[in-house]
Design a protein around this ligand. Structure first.
Ligand SMILES: [Zn+2]
Length: 179
């Protein structure tokens, strides 16, 4: 018997609390849980690394130490990031203040396109604090994080100005994508 898959951030009718019901009971790390299809469908390696960075969450934090508000902050950001990627065909996770233009640095060269904070940036300086990005293997997948920026177990209160919906992503979830 196949267990039902978890809520999908790309579906407007998804219920993130179904995912949280598993997270809050688990001693596994939030980094591992975000890759569990029963917790959330289709998150993948890039988004889990980036969403944890964006909210300063230590990837080793056990699920049972992730409070409900933090889960919802992570979820809402996954919705934005994944919708943006679907609409634009590239994955961008850096806030405007950390863009190549704002920081005067070269743009990223990667087949995924887009600008990211930590994914596949092992040993390169963190865009926020300059500390070398760390990587390790977790359940067979590479995990990337900044050991200085990501020390929190709960997310800071989100700053609306930093949401990607300034690019018009959020409305696109509920209406057809224009060419
Ligand atoms: Zn950092």
């Amino acid at each position: 018997m196949v267990a039902a898959s978890g809520p999908d951030p790309l579906r407007p009718d998804a219920d993130p609390d179904r995912g949280y019901a598993r997270v809050r009971r688990s001693g596994k790390s939030i980094a591992a849980l975000l890759m569990d299809q029963k917790v959330a469908a289709g998150v993948g390696n890039i988004f889990r690394a980036e969403v944890l960075f964006r909210h300063r969450i230590d990837p080793a934090t056990p699920g049972r130490e992730i409070d409900h508000r933090t889960w919802r902050v992570l979820w809402d950001d996954l919705v934005d990031l994944m919708a943006y990627a679907k609409v634009h065909g590239r994955i961008d996770t850096v806030r405007d203040e950390h863009s190549p233009e704002a920081q005067g640095r070269p743009a990223r060269v990667d087949r995924h396109g887009g600008e990211v904070y930590v994914y596949r940036r092992a040993d390169l300086p963190c865009h926020v604090c300059g500390t070398p990005v760390r990587s390790s293997t977790l359940e067979g997948r590479n995990l990337y994080w900044c050991p200085k920026c990501q020390r929190r177990k709960s997310a800071p209160v989100p700053d609306r100005r930093n949401r990607l919906d300034v690019h018009g992503v959020e409305p696109l979830l509920s209406r057809p994508v224009r060419p």
